[in-house]
Design a protein around this ligand. Sequence first.
Ligand code: ATP
Ligand code: MG
Length: 403
Amino acid sequence: MTSEIVFHRPNYARALAQQLLQPGPLDQGLSSGVFLSGIRRIGKTTFIRQDFVPALLDHGALVLYVDLWTDRSRPPMTLVQEAVRAAAAELEQPASTLLQKLRRVKGVNFGAGGISLGVQLDGLGTPSGATLSDVFVEIVRKAEGDVVLVIDEVQQAMASQDGQDMLFALKAARDKVNTATDLPGRLLIVGTGSHKSLVTDMATRRSQAFAGAHTASFEPLGKDYVEWFLNRVEAAGLKAPSLQAAFAGFRDMGSRPEELTKAVRQFQDEVAAGRGVDADTVFATICATLTTAAAELDIQSIEDAGELAVLAFSRIAAGQARGLYAAETLASFSESLGREITANDMTPAIEKLVSANLIVRKGHGYFDIADPFVKQVWLRHVQMRQSLIGGHGMQGTEPTLDV
Ligand SMILES: Nc1ncnc2c1ncn2[C@@H]1O[C@H](COP(=O)(O)OP(=O)(O)OP(=O)(O)O)[C@@H](O)[C@H]1O
Ligand SMILES: [Mg+2]
């Protein structure tokens, strides 16, 4: 049950790759960019790296992959430039697997010496150096086909000016390559993100570089994955619940492989202790307990940010993404906490939420909850608290309950 062993999804990967590289009449918009979104820990990166990138290569595309979360302290532009340099360096190696694969799939003879780009990469991004547009034009020309840039956690680019600049530079590169009449391929940009509303914003807001791009939900792992996993559990001589119970539990836990593994691990203890008589009921209880435990951790991390941060988080979760500094908001927070809250108090509370990745900044003074799953958990938690107190304490008399 090691995490390196992966359940492959070749059909899903092939379908996506085909849609992108051999678009049908209704898929033309995909060349503006494709953004896939899905909640945390459901296997987006695994799918991209293990299945989607290989499927793109099988179709003869050259793929560049960059993960904006590898190191969040590093600017997105730098990460993209590094991916470009790494791809260029690999193409220069005559024996590189990438080049061999391109040779085989496309039947193109790139010459014995590898591909050398006709632009200087040293100064990439500096005022006098090459631009991303120059480089991508050159890569498409030399690799003789489509180039796909896959950006994992693409919404991270919206969080900084550098990231925004990177997106506009990529848009310029895309437009330059895709409108050129003398190039043998296109530049296609695929992004994945954990944050649906931010990713949707990227494709719909006119001010965004990728306005007009195509968005879709990442397909979570399904019953076939659960069956594969249970087979592996049984093959290892361990106890497995029925497929039906396991799949129901898996879905309730957000379709997260790690949670399913945890549940099946706990299930072993229950079985060993002789408590697994009605195995499926036992398994369902384990899943429900794990879901609650995970939710409690999320709630704890919000509460750890402090009482003012909790109020701000609640307000954003309830859909009021703007006006955190407005006079009436400050007055209402002051009333709830029984002390005066000023704009100066708000800034550190908000910074705490941002740095804990609980909220994201969508624009000036405009925020959203970072993880829609955590938002759901929080709203449920608030609702439960309110029903427990029967609506009392909502007028500011019971500060911590006024959320
Ligand atoms: N197809 C799969 N087969 C087996 N395990 C998987 C598969 N997909 C995901 N996992 C496991 O699930 C966990 C989460 O996967 P992954 O990191 O790909 O998800 P993610 O959606 O990219 O997460 P994040 O939101 O943190 O970026 C990992 O432990 C991974 O090994
Ligand atoms: Mg990921």
